[in-house]
Each structure stands twice: as structure tokens, then as C-alpha cells.
Design a protein around this ligand. Structure first.
Ligand code: F6R
Length: 615
């Protein structure tokens, strides 16, 4: 949700900033902009509504010289997406330029105070208020930019990652963070700044993750200094080595990141499983769980907090933990949990599930639980992101960078980790037999190969998508482990094709939703051979009896559903608890091809951003 890039060094800053904006475009694409101090000392800001391409077009004829600059790609929060609200923003005198990711909650109070001192505002953004405030403090206190930023951070309430340049000091960038991510890349005589490591990896693999409250002073050719905003002493700097590769950030011949990421799943799940199931297939090892095993063995309940697709994975996690560990699980939307005055006690275990590790609501929910004495455990994808750093322990899903805004490989990675975790805890607790663990663990290892098999359906699904491209509404039905799959299938379709879709527990349909069914409303029914298979078959009959069209996802060899559904997609047999890993694939492909047929921007659907760092 908004991406920041910065550079200071020897190269032309513009090239690095633009390339970085392309890498971060998944975080927001309402507008983008750059601020650079040119060779002749001018502070130039170029910005444009829309994608980074529009900015490149606009800036092409301008002065792009200079070796210091900051840049921003925006997901609008304050003020509509237009050129004026685009970042960077100038300070009142034009001396400073600033980019910002986050939201400043007390901006209107600050704005009123600054207005009374004669400040004028061109944009509707909270960012402009912050940069005016910083300049006001500099002038009033006759202090350095660093001191002014430090003072401003005490007056600003909210979330921010900011970067500022000063026309009068072309050798310095000041950056600060509170609740929004910021990473500094350390090169040879040059520094890179970004909201995540993806714009940095092609230049250096040495990075520093700033912590909340940190202010970084980045001086050209000098050692980086980081200060805690509340103390005068310097903070210790920890350099981390990135494990990412540039190929992971490219489309690799696929038309969209989403398709690439769907097809990557055999590999990403193999990486996710790697080293975590013993050679004899009888044990699961997750060090983050084992090191804190008494927390899981002694708890009376587990709370899982998440948003969106991660929330759907959490619902599958509930089934898994309850089946194998016999521990009651509640799954909460992080945004609801944090404001619901929840009952959380020492002894509770809270799992925060998040691909990005930056989702503001999930982060706040875990902080709340931590403050109430709960043990907090993170399951995330982005290494070094805020949630893993705020938790007591956790494990990564290791599926590599997910760039497509619609989550695909992260979902299957999350479900795989939850499955392994539930087997491990169940085995330690004695609530699941060694035989069941061995069977399910061996099925987990089969998943990558089985998914490869399912890809044989690709052409069939592409054809099927043509039939349904013009439907206005869809119903997705599933039960048990695959009720969350139905929710996830519907979300995938909604977010990338803009077709209304509803996920529903199949048996609930007859309590109201069935009234919607007619010839124009297709139902996608997950009807695999599980303990409620016959009941789901009845539900399909109920849909057919009302003239509805049915696309059924069934277990290989099923003839009963094949006889009654209009279209059938077969997935291989596997342990029931793992079926969501297989049914996810045709659901992802169906949504993808329908969206492509509709001409949608699959990787960057309207109004969305990947990393939701605002409330
Ligand atoms: C949907 C999607 C979102 C995210 C949600 C949570 O495809 O990607 O619904 O799942 O914004 O994000 P994370 O997992 O990063 O916390």
C-alpha cells in the first residue's frame, strides 16, 4: 500500500527510482512520482496520475540528472488519485520534498495549526501536512533536517515510512518509520531505500530493516547512522543478507505474474515442505513450534487472525488444528478482532497469518494479543517483514515473492504450513496417531506432483472460462475443508474479473441463497469425495432442479457428479484435509482466464494493492 524508493550514490538516480517503482507497483498504482536534486542543484518533482509508465512518459523530456532522489507509487488514502495528490510533495518553500507510506491520523489538527502560521496546502494529502510541519520546525528552531524530523515524529500520530530530501543538502536523505516498512540497501558507496527489498536486490544483497521509531541519516559516501526517535544515542545496525533472486521478480515468459505464480506452485510448495518432513516421512520439524512446544501443548485455545485470502487459509487451519490437535480454534478478521475488546489471556496462542507480513490490522491484532500476555506466532512469506519481527516465534511459508495482487501460491503455502504444524503439535500432544501423521505427511509430499497433474486441466479451464465470461453473478459452494476453498474461489473471481461472486457452505444455500439460482447464475461446486460427499451431491441436485448451471470440482474417477453437473474438473485423490491444496488450482485458473477474457488488468486489479499497510 504505497511504495517508496530512494537512492543516493554515483549512478543516475532516476533509472534506479523508476525501476524500483516498477518493482513496487503492486503496492499501489493510482499515481507515481520522483523528486531528484539535479546536477545544477535544482529540486525537481515529476509526478503523474496512473501507472509508472505514465510518469516515464511525462518525465521523458525533463531534466533527469542527479545522483540523489526519492520516489513513490501511490494507493490513494487522502484525496483522489490525481497529479496533485501524487507524491512526492514539496514543503512550503520548495526546499524539501517528501514521500510517505501510511496514514497520519492527526493530520487535520496539524493542518489547522500550520494554516494559522500561514501555510498553504495544494493537495488533499496528509503527507503535505507532514512535510510542511518538518519545514516549520526547521525554521522555527533553526535546526537540521534530522532534528526537525525527530521533533515532527513526536507530534505525528499514525503510521508512516517517509523519505525526505533537502535542496540545500544534495548529499543526504533522511528516512523514518513507524508501523510502515522501510528497508535500506547498502552498496559500495551508495545506498538504496525501499518499502521492501525487491527494488534493492539487483544492486546489493546487504540490507538493513528499520525498526519502528528509527530515523536513518543517509549521507553520501559516509557510514549510515540510525537513531531511535526517543533517544539521542545511535542504534545498532544489523545488516541482513537477502536470499532473493532477480528471476523471482520477473514474469519468466508468462503473460502475468498471477499465471506464473499459479504454475510455480509445485516448486513453491516443494520449497515450503523442504527439510520439514523427515526422510522416513514420519515426523514434521518446524523449529519455531518445537522451541516453544509447551505454549502449544498447554494452551486451551488458539486464535488465528488474518485478512482476505489469509483469512480463508486460517479457516482451513481451524479444521486442521481441531482435527489433529483437539484444540479449539477461533478465526477472526484482524480488523474486527482489534476493535472488539477481545478476551485474550496469558496462555492463549495467537497465530497471525499474513503473506506480506505487513498488513496493518493483522499487526495491530497481534500487538494487542501480545500486550495481553498471549504467545504470538507468525506465519508469513516476506522475510524480515514487520509481523515476523513482532512475534515471539513463527515460521515462513517460503514460497518466494508473490507479485500478482491476487494471492495464489501464498494461499497454498499457508495451508501447507498449517497442515504440517497441526500434525507436529498433534503428534507432540498425542492427539493424532503416528500412522495418521505418516499418511498425511506422505500425502503432503505428493502435493507438488499432484498439482503438476492438475495443470493438465489448463486448456479445458481456459475453454470453460469462455462460456462463463459474461455471467454477472457466481455462486461458489463447498463444505468442510472446502468451504473456505469456496470463499477463496469467489474472492479470486471477484477481485480480478470484477464479477460478483459469493462463497457459501453448500448446505446453507437452501436457507436463502437458493432463491438467487436460475439459468444465468452459474455455481462452482467443490464436490470431492469427503465425509459429506453425498450431501454435496444433493446440493448439486437442488441447484440443477432450479435450472442452475454447475461446474463441479470432483475427485478423479467420480461418475455420479459427472452425470449431473454441466462441467466437471477432476483432481486426484488425497487425504481429505489436504484437498484444499488441490481444489485451489482449478479455482485460481478459472478466475484467471475469466479475468483475461474480460480484458482486466489481472496483476493490478482496480482499487486494490497488495500490501495493506493502512486500516
Ligand atoms: C486476495 C489478497 C488479499 C490478502 C489480504 C491479506 O487475493 O491477496 O485478500 O490476502 O490483503 O494480506 P496478507 O496476507 O499480506 O496479510
Amino acid at each position: 500500500m504505497c511504495g517508496i524508493v530512494g537512492y543516493i550514490g554515483k549512478r543516475r538516480a532516476y533509472d534506479i527510482l523508476i525501476q524500483g517503482l516498477h518493482r513496487l507497483e503492486y503496492r499501489g498504482y493510482d499515481s507515481s512520482g520522483v523528486a531528484m536534486i539535479s546536477e545544477d542543484g535544482e529540486l525537481n518533482i515529476y509526478k503523474a496520475k496512473g501507472k509508472v509508465e505514465a510518469l516515464e512518459h511525462f518525465a521523458a523530456s525533463k531534466d533527469l540528472s542527479g545522483t540523489i532522489g526519492i520516489a513513490h507509487t501511490r494507493w490513494a488514502t487522502h484525496g483522489e488519485p490525481n497529479d496533485i495528490n501524487a507524491h512526492p510533495h514539496f514543503s512550503q518553500s520548495g526546499r524539501l520534498a517528501m514521500v510517505h507510506n501510511g496514514t497520519i491520523e492527526n493530520y487535520s489538527v496539524l493542518k489547522d495549526a500550520l494554516s494559522s502560521h500561514g501555510y498553504n496546502f495544494i493537495s488533499q494529502t496528509d503527507t503535505e501536512v507532514a512535510v510542511h510541519l518538518i519545514e516549520y520546525i526547521m525554521q522555527k528552531n533553526n535546526c537540521s533536517l534530522f532534528d526537525a524530523v525527530r521533533e515532527a515524529t513526536k507530534r505525528i500520530v499514525g503510521a508512516y515510512a517517509i523519505a525526505i530530501v533537502d535542496k540545500q543538502n544534495p548529499d543526504q536523505i533522511i528516512a523514518a518509520r513507524q508501523s510502515s516498512p522501510l528497508v535500506i540497501g547498502v552498496g559500495e558507496g551508495e545506498y538504496f531505500l525501499a518499502s521492501d527489498a525487491t527494488p534493492i536486490i539487483e544492486y546489493t544483497n546487504k540490507v538493513i530493516y528499520l525498526n519502528d521509531g528509527d530515523i536513518a541519516v543517509i549521507n553520501r559516501g559516509q557510514e549510515l547512522k540510525v537513531f531511535d526517535s526517543n533517544s539521542t544515542s545511535e542504534s545498532e545496525i544489523k545488516i541482513t543478507e537477502l536470499q532473493m533472486s532477480i528471476e523471482q521478480l520477473e514474469k519468466g515468459g508468462y503473460p502475468h505474474f498471477m499465471l506464473k505464480e499459479i504454475f510455480e506452485q509445485p516448486k513453491t510448495l516443494a520449497d515450503c515442505i523442504s527439510g520439514r518432513i523427515s526422510a522416513d516421512g514420519k515426523r514434521v520439524t518446524l523449529s519455531g513450534v518445537i522451541e516453544h512446544k509447551e505454549k502449544f501443548l498447554n494452551t486451551n485455545r488458539i486464535i488465528i487472525v488474518a485478512c482476505g485470502t489469509s483469512w480463508h487459509a486460517a479457516l482451513i487451519g481451524k479444521h486442521l488444528f481441531e482435527e489433529f490437535c483437539r484444540i479449539p480454534v477461533v478465526v477472526e478478521y484482524a480488523s474486527e478482532f482489534r476493535y472488539s475488546n477481545p478476551v485474550v489471556n496469558p496462555g492463549d496462542v495467537l497465530i497471525a497469518l499474513s503473506q506480506s507480513g505487513e498488513t496493518a490490522d493483522t499487526l495491530a491484532a497481534l500487538e494487542l494479543a501480545k500486550a495481553n500476555g498471549a504467545f504470538v506466532f507468525g506465519i508469513c512469506n516476506v522475510i524480515g517483514s514487520s509481523i515476523p519481527r513482532a512475534t515471539h516465534s513463527g515460521c515462513y511459508i517460503h514460497v518466494g515473492p508473490e507479485i500478482g495482487v491476487a494471492s495464489t501460491k501464498a494461499f497454498t503455502g499457508q495451508v501447507t504450513v498449517l497442515a504440517m504444524m497441526s500434525l507436529l503439535i498433534g503428534q507432540m500432544k498425542g492427539t493424532v496417531s503416528d500412522e495418521v501423521v505418516a499418511n498425511v505427511a506422505s500425502d503432503i509430499r505428493r502435493v507438488p506432483a499432484l498439482i503438476k497433474d492438475i495443470f493438465k486441466l489448463n486448456d479445458k479451464i481456459e475453454e470453460l472460462a469462455k462460456i462463463f465470461t459474461y455471467a454477472h453473478n457466481f455462486l461458489y459452494l463447498g463444505r468442510g475443508y472446502n468451504y473456505p476453498s469456496a470463499l477463496e474461489g469467489a474472492l479470486k473471481l471477484k477481485e480480478i474479473s470484477y464479477i460478483h461472486a459469493e462463497g457459501y457452505p453448500a448446505a446453507e444455500m437452501k436457507h436463502g441463497t437458493i432463491a438467487l439460482i436460475d439459468n444465468d447464475m452459474p455455481s462452482v461446486v467443490i464436490a470431492i469425495k469427503d465425509n459429506v460427499y453425498e450431501k454435496t451431491v444433493n446440493n448439486i441436485q437442488q441447484v440443477k432442479a432450479r435450472g442452475g448451471k454447475v461446474v463441479a470440482i470432483v475427485t478423479e474417477g467420480d461418475t455420479i457428479v459427472a452425470d449431473m453437473a454441466d462441467y466437471v474438473l477432476e483432481v486426484p485423490q488425497i487425504a481429505e484435509c489436504l484437498t484444499p491444496l488441490l481444489t485451489a488450482i482449478p479455482l485460481q485458473l478459472l478466475a484467471y482466464y475469466i479475468a483475461v477474457n474480460k480484458g482486466r488488468n489481472v496483476d493490478q486489479p482496480r482499487n486494490l494493492a497488495k500490501s495493506v499497510t493502512v486500516e
